[in-house]
Design a binder for this molecule. Sequence first.
Ligand code: PEP
Ligand code: MG
Length: 539
Amino acid sequence: MEIYKGAATFAGIAIGKILFYHRSEYQIRQYLVSNVKKELSEFNQARLLVIRQLKELYEKNCPVQEMEAKIFLKQAKLLETGSFQRAVESLIVSEKVNAAYAVMTTKDELAATFRNLEEPAIRERIANIKEISDRLISVLGGISPKIDLGEEPVILVAETLSPTEIMEMDKDKLLAVVTLQGSVVSHASIMAKTMDIPALVDIEPDDEWEGSQAIVDGYTGTLYVNPDAELLKEYEIRRQADLKEREELMKLKDQRDMTADGKEIGLYANIGNLDDLNSVLFYGAAGIGLLRSEFQYLGRENYPRENELFRAYKKVAETMGDRLSVIRTVDLGADKQADYLDIPEEANPIMGNRGIRLCLDRKRMFKAQLRAIYRASAYGNLGIMYPMITSEEELDEIESIIEEVKTGLREKEIPFKEILTGIMIETPAAVMISRELARRVDFLSLGTNDLTQYTLAMDRQNPLLRGKYNDHHPAVLRMIRMVIDAGHEEGCKVCICGELAADTGLTETFLRMGVDSLSVVPACILPVRKALRETDLSR
Ligand code: PEP
Ligand code: MG
């Protein structure tokens, strides 16, 4: 038996045979064509067929995975209008080469030209061009990009998987996904979540595993290859229990978030990426309690422009409709760095220039985000909140910038709404002045991850402190109670959005403290819903 440890991006247990997936590398033969017109016409027929296939795929996947399915529409559009078609055609005409070869060369040249650009939009475009090229080549040259999972359900092991590859798979044949690349927010993981199957990342695949029996433990992030009979038996029992529990949980998908004695609680989702919007709706969350807006600022070469931010927030607003979506203004600095930010080295970055402090130091960046949020507010029900607040003076500054933003929008007759405003309570200072802060906003939101680290003076990321960083510490729980009381005394709603909100061992405690809402990662919505529906506050 071999044991491999990775990171679980979605829980669950799977037992089955491994299918090792290699993305096929193909060689396209180049040859000269005598009839260029005929080659152009074959290319165009293939192009129209692929457009049709993509639209069909969109229709098929839209009802369950609308966001992901839109990729197919984008790809179809690239084939309908873009410069890609002209580039291929001009290569066929000028070089008199076969269409499949012209497609492959055009794709390779585009990928090489933009190889070093990290801009997410360009990366996405290149990925889409690769996928449409594979499809065109498969039509022109008879190669299929589709993964054939065979007859029996399998544990799919691969170096990496694209969203299209996952979406095209026969979901009934997939028990689990194990990849080297990916993260909790990568497309493949999100889709595995939506498909409700365990997914592991960070495991180096070995093609010798092909056909081997394996166990995927999505609770501990472990892959067992060729497990012994005793372990198999133990996991079979656990799998059955797990399935039963999940089936029961799914029944709660459309249930209200209400305690056994009838108190309504807002159960919201924390998301870090637009791809997560699907899961928010799938699990029936009341809305988004925390949108970590950093995703548009990290992993790139320069600041995102206002329009790019606006488009993302508009999409959130439109997708969520009437449901409230709270965008947390960007919390950069500390562990969230990008070269272009050029943050001077700090001896103690966790205590450094991060969150709202950095934003107030870089007003152009902050103002661009605020304008984007207010512009997008016209399209749905957005809220805003500020991270790492420690003083009322910070709030004074924010308010004056917001006024400037609104004046600017009014002058240009750009529509916006007055939106709910909140403050994250994640420093002991904010706890101590929570009453004053509550007077000035609509809601407070407890960030228990940072609140624990600053209260205990323990870096939340330090592995040496793993056994000591205790978010159940009485000091933390007492602070949560203080904030709920302070908020309510000022008529202000109080939410918990740190990881502690998903700790079902504390659900009753928080409800008894009087918390108004909880915000948790989408996959934790149902367990928390169950816990709160089982709580009877009248007893
Ligand atoms: C928190 O600190 O609890 C929080 C929700 O914010 P983040 O984890 O993004 O710092
Ligand atoms: Mg925080």
